[in-house]
Design a protein around this ligand. Sequence first.
Ligand code: SAH
Ligand code: SF4
Length: 418
Amino acid sequence: MAVSLDIAQKAAYPAATSAALASTVTTPVQDEKPSLIGLNREELGNALAAAGVPARQIRMRVNQLWHWLYVRGISDFSKMSNVSKDLRSKLEFAFTIARPEIVTEQISVDGTRKWLFRFPSRGAGKPVEIETVYIPEEDRGTLCISSQVGCTLTCTFCHTGTQKMVRNLTAEEILGQLMLAKDRLNDFPDADAPEGSLGASTSNRRRITNIVMMGMGEPLYNFGNVKKALLIASDGDGLSLSKRRITLSTSGVTPEIVRTGDEIGCMLAISLHAVNDELRNTLVPINKKYNLETLLQACRDYPGLSNAKRITFEYVMLKDVNDSLEDAKQLVQLLKGIPAKINLLPFNPWPGSPYECSDWEQIEEFADVVNRAGYASPIRTPRGRDIFAACGQLKSASERLRKSEREALEKAGSPAIL
Ligand code: SAH
Ligand code: SF4
């Protein structure tokens, strides 16, 4: 679906008006020094102490750095104009605040952007490649962030599930996706403006208004790092994203669900996809460990749940598998009493996927049943299919598509440009 860009966007994305494109952007390859990105305030204080900052100055310096890193988005110590030259060079010597490398940036005909970022190893193992997707809409801009490289789970409709798990992402790598996307979208105030003044883009509309933990991986199997990154992203003196605009999606790691509400306080999405255990055991195999009853009880217990703070249930529409009107009725029954939104996701095909997307009329009839029961049930328009950026299509380019896979995909109606 083509989306026209407004004038402000056109200026920032001169290339986005044409067909999907792939470009290679080069940024300096980073060294292996520890990064300050992704440290919480206490850890940042410890890092400063290690660099020789006297104890009585730590709090003030932490606040200064926090502002430079997360409000102004600078990636170069030399721009910290209110920090002494001496301290800047000590910091430069011991740490880095550089961004990851951008391997590719692709822009879909519908304005969706997909990046492949490469993070250095920081002395541990190999560098990792991570996909991040930006979806601009009329009233918002959503960044879809990955939490793992690959996934240990094997949901049968999900492309990421076919990629073997490489490792959990660190808090730096999770947050780094947001920082670099903001750089590319010109979503930080001008770092060169004097401190305290309004930077160039603060008066403009924010480009990234929402984030969703819906990229590669199961965020609740990487709870500690995801929590750390999301708390930094929502810090009011920094990146300042409202927790109401941060959604974490889980396939159903039940023991971590209530903790998510208590310790992160973000919005929750559940990848439901089936209304009985038998089918869910096949589609979302974690259901064998935590069945529907256990999962829905954890949802009922989600802290702060109300009609104003609902859980989103994701339901992928698979032809002749889970898309009957009987399924729709059971779905409504199942969610009774839970403040819920239902998101119907047309299945996005990938090479070798064993399913087909439900017919459009079937999806609409299914949505009608759900609507009549009083649930808003938007059918999520697939975005960025042409650059293979839609839900469930991510798989890092460490496993790029082979020619045969690409041809299969084109046959299925999604020309991949990789
Ligand atoms: N692991 C987490 C978050 C990542 S998946 C989870 O499973 O919730 C993000 C969403 O995309 C999930 O709702 C997932 O079920 C859905 N999804 C996966 N593969 C898909 C596909 N091929 N088509 C449409 N949606 C898909
Ligand atoms: Fe992993 Fe989520 Fe894909 Fe399942 S749907 S394989 S949990 S990324």
